[in-house]
Unconditional design. Structure first.
Length: 179
């Protein structure tokens, strides 16, 4: 765990000193693990994200910051599934392919984003499309992808197998400002 924090710290520190960076501490991640039997939806609006002019991107979140409509569901998520006392943070470190900050305009433009997602103590590669556009001095980042519970060794009891989706829909939205 400390290794990943150190890696993100180094990336962020290097990004800040070597080139122009954009960052936020208020990116939003929404996940949806709903099934026809249960509505499971949570939001975390306290996600740290940084993007450099070279296209390097890093993100860090505290798992306990996910908020659910039902507090009991939030308690089960933290204690039984994601085990947030044991795995308190999730990380993403990656790169946007063919990134050039001069190409970012007010019109949204898709780019390929590849990197490593670490969650529940398991690191997996992920590739998705990220949409970027300028809004004043900010860069708006939007992406969506799927996380499979089994890929991150998140165990769902057989009794609840039909109530919790095995493929979690994840949406990320961020407004990054110059730092």
């Amino acid at each position: 765990m400390r290794k990943y924090f150190f890696v993100i710290f180094l990336i962020c520190s290097g990004l800040c000193t070597a080139q122009q960076t954009y960052r936020t501490e208020a990116a939003e991640i929404i996940f949806d693990a709903s099934t026809p039997l249960e509505d499971i939806y949570a939001v975390n609006e306290k996600v740290n994200m940084v993007l450099s002019d070279s296209g390097d991107m890093a993100s860090l979140l505290l798992v306990k910051e996910f908020n659910f409509k039902k507090k009991l569901m939030q308690e089960h998520f933290n204690e039984n599934y994601i085990e947030s006392d044991k795995y308190p943070k999730a990380y993403f470190v990656g790169k946007i392919a063919s990134f050039n900050p001069e190409q970012i305009t007010e019109d949204p433009r898709p780019f390929e984003l590849s990197g490593d997602l670490t969650m529940h103590g398991v690191t997996r590669p992920i590739t998705t499309t990220v949409t970027l556009n300028r809004d004043g001095d900010s860069i708006v980042v939007e992406t969506a992808f799927v996380v499979r519970t089994e890929d991150h060794k998140i165990k769902v009891p057989r009794l609840l197998f039909k109530k919790i989706a095995q493929e979690i829909q994840v949406q990320v939205t961020a407004r990054l400002n110059r730092s």
